[in-house]
Design a protein around this ligand. Structure first.
Ligand code: KG4
Ligand code: ZN
Length: 335
């Protein structure tokens, strides 16, 4: 086995079943099966239903990933799986598949932290990212500024104290009757809206490096009640998007500057937001800070990012050993 192994990766931490084939830093396939319609029916994620849906999806998704990459299973040299944090029942499905295949193929396994996966999503196509850098992780479950001192050495500099940024998009979208997932729905509705029309709370004030988005949700609820028929949904969507985007961009870039970071990365489902990508790009350019943002398919949960994390761990000599124990809650870095 060389320094560029053929990696099979699983990601089943929440409600997407994903399998990817990665060779070094090249993504050969990255297949995602979403449980969105299942959970829409229940108005949220039911852990037991999610686990069962992973069981049903995992083999077809694996077969599609192998076919799209044009790879035979026997050629896989390393198997990676998200093993923490997440829903235990969901994580267990990907991990069980990884362990069973590793046993049959006689190859090592490596367990990857979900957030390390998101941070590694910028490495596709052999992109090199300077360290130390500031990673802004913004998704449906997490919002954090992570100082990446080096790959594998992280310091969480700020996080949300209540709702995640994606959750704020989702809750505001529901209040505005725009549907789920809220991020893309708000982005579309905001296109012709006036972002200055409604003033919404921006959460914790500096010098705090933490985020708070629950006040925004309450303010949108009050707005819907008070404006009634007179509410402009486009203007409300644009105001929500503008508020979340500017808080994320300003706060993360401030942290990057004060901590002397050499670059910034923007990852997680909310990194798919066009306005956030544009504002981060403009503000980083003004400061001469390189910005790295993954392609849209690597922003939301996917197995390719787990394969990319396994790839750099392998390249620096780690030969997989972990027992692949699943864990519902585990911080990316211990304080
Ligand atoms: O990373 P992800 O797939 O799952 C978690 O780990 O949570 O992120 C999903 C989140 C959802 O809250 C969704 O509304 C948000 O990412 N999202 C967006 C956009 N696309 C997805 N938020 C804002 N703008 C988007 N275009
Ligand atoms: Zn995620």
């Amino acid at each position: 086995m060389g320094t560029v192994p053929l990696i099979l990766a699983f990601e089943t931490s929440c409600d997407d079943t994903s399998v990817a084939i990665v060779r070094g830093k090249s993504v050969l396939s990255n297949v995602v099966s979403s449980q969105q319609t299942l959970h829409e029916r229940w108005g949220g994620i039911v852990p037991e239903a999610a686990a069962r849906a992973h069981v049903e999806a995992i083999i077809p998704v694996l077969e599609t990933a192998l076919r799209e990459a044009d790879i035979a299973l026997e050629h896989v040299e390393l198997i990676a799986a998200t093993n923490r944090p997440g829903l235990v029942g969901s994580l267990s499905v990907g991990v069980a598949a990884a362990r069973a295949l590793a046993l049959v193929l006689g190859v090592p396994t490596v367990g990857i932290h979900h957030l390390e996966g998101h941070l590694s999503s910028v490495l596709a196509d052999s992109t090199q990212v300077e360290v130390p850098h500031l990673g802004l992780i913004a998704s449906g479950g997490h919002t954090a500024c992570v100082l990446v001192h080096d790959w594998g050495r992280y310091e969480v500099v700020g996080r949300t104290i209540d709702d995640a940024a994606g959750e704020a998009f989702d809750k505001a979208s529901r209040l505005l009757s725009l549907g789920y997932p809220g991020g893309p729905a708000i982005q579309a509705a905001a296109r012709d809206g006036n972002p200055q029309r409604y003033t919404l709370p921006r959460g914790l004030k500096e010098p705090s490096t933490d985020f708070s988005f629950s006040g925004l949700k309450t303010a949108v609820m009050r707005l819907v009640e008070s404006e009634g028929e007179g509410l402009s949904v486009a203007d409300a969507a644009a105001s929500v998007e503008h508020t979340i985007v500017s808080v994320l961009a300003e706060r993360s870039i401030r942290v990057a500057e004060t901590r002397n970071c050499r670059a910034v990365t923007l990852v997680g489902g909310v990194a798919a937001n066009q306005k956030l990508r544009e504002q981060m790009a403009a503000e980083c350019a003004r400061r001469g800070l390189p910005l790295y943002v993954p392609s849209l398919d690597l922003c939301t949960d996917n197995a390719a990012m787990i394969g990319l994390a396994a790839a750099w761990r392998w390249a620096r000599g780690e030969r997989g050993s972990s027992e692949l124990e699943v864990s519902a809650m585990e911080p990316l870095a211990r304080p």
